[in-house]
Design a protein around this ligand. Sequence first.
Ligand SMILES: Cc1ncc(COP(=O)(O)O)c(C=O)c1O
Length: 384
Amino acid sequence: MKIPFNKPYLSGKELRYIEEAVRLGKISGNGEFTQRCQSFFEKRYGFKKCLLTNSCTDALEMAALLCDIQAGDEVIMPSFTFVSTANAFVLRGAKIVFVDSRSDHPNMDESLIEELISPKTKAIIVVHYAGVACEMDKIMSIATKHKLWVIEDAAQGIESYYKEKALGSMGHLSCFSFHETKNIQSGEGGLLAINDPALIRRAEILWEKGTDRAAFFRGEVAKYGWVDIGSSFLPSELTAAFLWAQLEELESIQSRRMSTWEAYFQLFSEGSTANEILSSSYQKILIEASKNIEFTWQCREHKGNAHMFYLLFKQESDRTKFSGRMKSAGVLSVFHYQSLHKSDYAKKCFPNQYDRQLPNSDRYSDCLLRLPLFYELPEVSAEY
Ligand SMILES: Cc1ncc(COP(=O)(O)O)c(C=O)c1O
């Protein structure tokens, strides 16, 4: 493939920091590099407390435990999301209630949330798709009114803002991903941000396999032992060292991604003069393809993080035609989530959700196509 969909970013310092972690002799979790990464997030985004995890999936599972989700509780989330958003709560026995996406953006339609709330509802899980913020003011006020937890699935949301507030700083708990497809990556990796101070102590215990080891190492207790349930959520120092090498370059990564995003935006904008720089054969292809594309541009309204550049086609067959043509030109473009309410698992376990009509979610499943966007993608390749 001439142009892959993604190429994980490497700053060049990853191996040096991993070597340093090995030399320091504390290779398991919660050492020097873990502390450095966690305080970076706390200071930069104002999160009350951060804990590195092995993945965003881990962080979501911790969030479900911290909210004490029990069998039969209901949890509201978009259908257009990754399976982990749902699985973390299904593992606790929750019933998932799916909400449709907005007509102008894959994010959840906040105007549909309230009618889905029942006496069993415990939490709303928001997913900031493509690093673009959900309507948090409205969602937080619904949650306050009904006394619900808000968990931000900000897997794609690093360095993105909603009205000057960092994504991940508004919900009681927030979850980030550092999977190799994300702007900042450590192969696999994640982060739980805890914004409700009342949850911090228990979060540390769950993270440390159900023990009060973190308090012990701070000298707060004389010995540590089994005090709660928990699991092995904390990554080793090797992962944290890798991540630190990326965090040091956060600003340069973001500025490169933003300019590639901007190049795409200009090329596909109606009436743009930018596409005059394209050769006439490319112009023809672009004009022809543009007839079948509808746009949903949110990044200009909110402060997006250039995690993704996607096109929304009018019909699935247009998308198939376009991606096939891209593939034959050596460019890999890929679709994204398939509506969870229409999944085999939902059919089996949540048949009343399977039967619901969530047309916007289905439309994004069928018609959205992501174009290559990664640090090393030069603007000239975006034009190609
Ligand atoms: C919205 C969303 N939540 C959660 C995840 C899971 O992230 P991870 O692979 O770090 O577990 C993903 C994966 O991309 C995602 O897109």
